[in-house]
Design a protein. Structure first.
Length: 399
């Protein structure tokens, strides 16, 4: 024990019963403990409000019914697909796209420097389907492998003003995909942002990829519905030639490996010139990567574009996981404080349950109800995994 004189300034003598045992051997003055508690309460309160803002305002927007605008007629549409060595996927998926229940459309496939049987396969399809147009880009060491060149060529060669984009490895839910996606074009909407989930298979990697995709969609679709669009997915989106030419196509970010979807949306989408389509018949499914290395390589390509986001977009994307981390740390610390313990437990439980309910409804709407029983815990685990993914992608990029 310390002398009485010393006990006037230090809580070690006459220790409050609410102080955790782990702190009893530490020296804190009354003032230090006061400000430490204030800081923790501030972090807890601010983090709580940020989580509520995203849950209710951003994510909750997906639970509202979209306002539909009447169309005079469905527009003529050009579906554009950039394909490189995709003979196998074209065999499985192209016919579903070519036989969409839609009055006037063409499918433009850009065969980009393929060395498989894509050329012969596309030629055979062209004999059967007059609405198929094939553009061959022969092998050239001076051409980049990315999608922006073939997409630019495809847009230039497209016959119609309204363009829809998907990938060779994507399969629309039904033959109503094009009608529902193109039906979102209106006099005001020059851009249509859709959703591209992954096919469910066995394995933990597939579950992580599907959770990652659904969680990202919950954010970019919700943000778009609240007037802050920052991305779409190139495997299921559309826009007009007019808006493409207005922003100079991919010119401002042509040197970036990816970005034909998210960076383009950021440059072209304004507050009132786009629409969001999350009708289940507009979903366009892809096969997920089967190895960790392939998935990390894919994430690396996606992250290469995020570096070019504006500061506000980066801040909006980073503040949610950061606030969740601060909320957890401050909560665990404050439950040892008898004065604020039950207030913090009640507030934390309210946000925890509210997030579980809202996110469950959204995941069900996006056809990923398997994750519902574990959502809050998977979210925490997911954000613990993200730093590792960033580290791996940075190491691979520098290596």
């Amino acid at each position: 024990m310390l002398k009485n004189k010393r006990c006037k300034d230090i809580y070690i003598c006459g220790q409050p019963p609410s102080l955790p045992k782990g702190l009893q051997s530490m020296y804190f003055s009354q003032e230090q403990l006061f400000w430490f508690t204030i800081i923790l309460l501030t972090l807890f309160g601010v983090s709580l409000l940020i989580q509520l803002y995203f849950t209710i305002w951003i994510h909750g927007s997906l639970l509202k019914k979209n306002k539909s605008e009447d169309l005079v007629s469905l527009p003529h549409v050009s579906i554009i697909i950039a394909a490189r060595n995709e003979a196998s996927n074209l065999t499985k998926n192209l016919e579903t796209i070519l036989t969409q229940d839609y009055p006037n459309f063409e499918v433009v496939v850009i065969n980009h420097q393929s060395i498989d049987d894509s050329k012969y396969l596309l030629h055979a399809y062209k004999q059967r389907f007059p609405n198929l147009k094939v553009i061959e880009l022969e092998r050239n060491h001076h051409q980049k492998v990315g999608k922006k060149l073939p997409l630019s060529v495809g847009i230039k060669g497209a016959k119609y003003e309204h363009l829809m984009f998907t990938d060779a490895d994507c399969l629309p839910t039904s033959n109503q995909w094009l009608k529902n996606m193109a039906g979102a074009f209106t006099q005001k909407s020059e851009i249509v942002i859709g959703y591209g989930p992954y096919i469910k298979t066995k394995g933990i990697l597939n579950s992580i990829i599907r959770f990652d995709t659904t969680w990202i969609a919950m954010n970019y679709l919700g943000s778009a519905l609240r007037g802050n669009p920052y991305m779409g997915v190139g495997r299921n989106m559309g826009y007009t030639k007019t808006v493409y030419n207005r922003v100079g196509g991919f010119k401002s970010h042509y040197a970036v490996l990816s970005g034909d979807d998210d960076l383009f949306i950021q440059s072209a989408a304004k507050k009132k010139n786009y629409s969001v389509s999350i009708d289940p018949e507009t979903f366009c499914y892809s096969e997920a990567k089967e190895t960790w290395e392939d998935w990390i390589t894919q994430k690396q390509r996606h992250y290469s574009a995020s570096k070019h986001y504006k500061v506000f977009k980066k801040w909006m994307l980073g503040i949610y996981p950061m606030s969740l981390l601060l909320l957890l740390v401050s909560f665990v610390t404050l439950i040892f404080n008898g004065q604020y313990r039950w207030w913090c437990v009640g507030a934390f439980a309210f946000v925890f349950v509210l997030k579980w309910i809202v996110q469950s409804m959204i995941f069900k709407k996006l056809h990923e109800k398997k994750f519902v029983p574990f959502l809050p815990f998977m979210e925490i685990g997911y954000f613990m995994l993200l730093p590792y993914l960033f580290y791996r992608t940075e190491r691979n990029r520098k290596g």
